[in-house]
Design a protein around this ligand. Structure first.
Ligand code: ATP
Length: 638
């Protein structure tokens, strides 16, 4: 598009408008963060130019000392944040400042409650960014010029933060972006030199670019005219060394926390972090953080993930996903390599052997960091698990080499506590295993309550054998890949024949007796249910329920089947096994039933109920209801 000198007024994209409104109304209690956001953006813009200039030095226009300038004007009630970074052209400014490009934004906005406190937390999760300027300003003017373009390519964007903004061309001699905030009444403090310095120190000490402010004035020059002509002298307000390049012992927790907010655009403090320098065959520094809360788009396939990559202190790219596996996609931070070439691209990263070694070392670091967090007192690990447990459960399938390590980090609800909170480790389970018990038992169902009340658990409860209660979507998948822990195999209690591993002679004799006595009943039931079940057999696993369904050793689990069906995937045909509890009054009654039609009706009700009890869907619910009603009516007629 050619530069258009005319002033053009445009409307914000609907989502942008909503976000702006929300920002202004829910973040007013923490106004000063706008400065962190704008300085962060300025520093990102400088990083981008530094990187682009590696392949095209002319972009620097002979001026390579990067800096951010913050000027305040008390009288005019303004604050200006200017950078000499990459800048924006007209199209970019319209796109970047008028729309929100993040995927899932509309869905995110739908989740807002209208409760300002809750929403302000959510918005923190989303990332506030540029629009935070409108928390303190009722007019914002952005003057930008893209590096490498002519001064005439300068463009001004202006808005009152309502529904519109305007753009017009205006020359800009220097590259980069200058943002002026016309402060609202009541926000004068952000035009105060002292106050602004302290906010910058607090939030932006650790970014590598110097943030400059005018030196506090010297005794005024005698001649007023002379004073006016003197160019003001600037000084750096922040430390301006990249935090990760400093030694661990010199960095305070607060500095680590502030730096986290800079790299992650998160509002909250991190749960924990790990900062390491590796020397030797590979030479790199990493600073990895665990967030306290999951980002709103964690389940989006195209969410931004990965670390910020630097090569010899030079920013190369955001979201370098090659350095960590997908199941650790919640980790934020920085990796700074001394081995990779400065012109490294995503394609090169995919093929580079040293990246593979770094990836496996960084993966171990994160798993160790989690291990440490799990051992620590307090709720931090529980917080982590609540937010990211389901993602970590993808681990054993993706990262076979670290399977055992990941398994130790998993947390489950189990019959030991019978609570929904997933807070029991496999090590806890193994320590509580009964003598002679060789397997780790689990049940999978659609939700916690169905799992907890599964008929399959009856005998386990009776014998005091613990069972893991699984109800997350990913659980079946997890169990397929986990297979064993500490040398003990996992066993789905709804699969195959019951083997508690510690059956006494007495139990075995009991089972044989059961089989003998119920032979006739089993045969009759198998005949009438022949289309629905693979087999009918008596079981000792039930103490209260009349019957339950069991999956054959090599068939797909019922929960997995339901998930596949819901996703429209083809599901292999297989019939379940119906296990019956011959001692149950319903089955004793069935056994005595002489009327073959009634027998068939009762048997099919028993079968359908077994299906319902494990959270299954009936193939023909109407037929179930009418059969049941027929039986009930007959009961009334007795
Ligand atoms: N000072 C700047 N120089 C150049 N481009 C900028 C500058 N400030 C903002 N931008 C552009 O505007 C975009 C939107 O900024 P904004 O702060 O709203 O979101 P963000 O930085 O992408 O993400 P976040 O919401 O996590 O901060 C940026 O991605 C960048 O492309």
């Amino acid at each position: 598009m050619t530069a258009d000198v005319q002033k053009e007024t445009l409307g914000f994209q609907t989502e942008a408008k909503q976000l702006l409104h929300l920002m202004i109304h829910s973040l007013y209690s923490n106004q000063e963060i706008f400065l962190r956001e704008l300085i962060s953006n300025a520093s990102d813009a400088i990083d981008k130019l530094r990187f682009a200039s590696l392949s095209d030095e002319s972009l620097l226009e002979g001026q390579g000392d990067y800096q951010i300038r913050v000027d305040v004007d008390k009288e005019a009630r303004t604050i200006t944040i200017a950078d000499n970074g990459i800048g924006m052209n007209r199209d970019e400014i319209v796109e970047h400042l008028g729309t929100i490009a993040k995927s899932g934004t509309a869905a995110f906005l739908e989740n807002l409650t209208g409760d300002q406190q809750k929403d302000s937390q959510l918005i923190g999760q989303f990332g506030v960014g540029f629009y935070s300027a409108f928390i303190v300003a009722d007019r914002v003017e952005v003057h930008s010029r893209k590096a490498g373009e002519a001064p005439e390519a300068g463009v001004v964007w202006e808005s009152h933060g309502e529904s519109e903004f305007s753009v017009e061309s205006r020359d800009k001699a220097t590259r980069g972006t200058s943002i002026t905030l016309f402060l609202k009444e009541g926000c004068e403090e952000f035009a105060d030199d002292f106050r602004v310095r302290s906010v910058i120190k607090k939030y932006s000490d650790h970014i590598s670019v110097p943030v400059m402010m005018v030196k506090p004035s010297m005794p005024a020059a005698e001649d007023e005219e002379e004073q006016a002509q003197e160019a003001p002298e600037y000084e750096a307000v922040n430390e301006a060394t990249a935090l990760w390049t400093r030694s661990r012992t010199e960095i305070s927790d607060d500095e680590y926390k502030e730096f986290y907010k800079h790299v992650s655009h998160d509002f909250d403090e991190p749960l924990t972090w790990s900062h390491n320098r590796v020397e030797g065959k590979l030479d790199y520094t990493s600073l990895l953080y665990l967030p306290r809360r999951a980002p709103f788009d964690m389940w989006n396939r195209d969410m931004a993930r990965g670390l910020k990559l630097y090569v010899q202190r030079t920013f190369i790219m955001d979201d370098a996903e090659q350095f960590l596996p997908l199941y650790l996609r919640f980790v934020k931070g920085v990796v700074d390599s001394n081995d990779l070439p400065l012109n490294v691209s995503r394609e090169i990263l995919q093929q580079d052997a040293s990246v593979d070694s770094m990836r496996s070392a960084l993966t171990k670091r994160v798993l160790d960091m989690l291990g440490k967090l799990a051992k620590k007192d307090g709720d931090d690990y529980a917080t982590f698990w609540k937010e990211f447990g389901q993602v970590l459960k993808e681990g054993p399938a993706e990262d076979f080499a670290n399977k055992e390590k990941i398994a130790k980090l998993l947390r489950f609800s189990t019959t030991h506590t019978d609570k929904e909170a997933q807070d029991q480790s496999l090590e806890d389970y193994v320590a509580r295993m009964q003598e002679g018990q060789e397997k780790i038992f689990y049940v999978v169902a659609e939700n916690f309550n169905t799992a907890k009340s599964s008929p399959h658990l009856e005998v386990f409860r009776k014998k005091g054998i613990e069972v893991l209660l699984l109800s997350d979507r990913v659980d079946d998948w997890l169990m397929n890949h986990l297979q064993e822990f500490d040398g003990k195999a996992f066993q789905d209690v709804a699969r195959g024949s019951l083997d508690l591993g510690n059956d006494s002679e007495e139990d075995k004799a009991e089972q044989e007796k059961l089989e003998k006595e119920s032979e006739a009943l089993v045969e009759r039931m198998a005949k009438v249910l022949e289309d629905k079940v693979a087999e009918v057999r008596p079981t000792a696993r039930l103490t209260e329920s009349p019957a339950c369904l069991v999956v054959g050793d090599f068939d797909m689990g019922a929960q997995m089947k339901r998930i596949m069906e819901a996703a429209g995937q083809p599901v292999p045909e297989s019939k379940p096994i119906l296990e019956i509890n011959p001692a149950h009054p319903l089955l004793t009654m069935l056994d005595k039933e002489q009327d073959e039609d009634r027998f068939a009706d009762l048997a099919s009700v028993v079968f359908d109920q077994a299906n319902l009890a494990e959270g299954g869907q009936l193939e023909d619910p109407a037929a179930y209801v009418s059969t049941l009603n027929k039986l009930l009516l007959a009961l009334g007629g007795r």
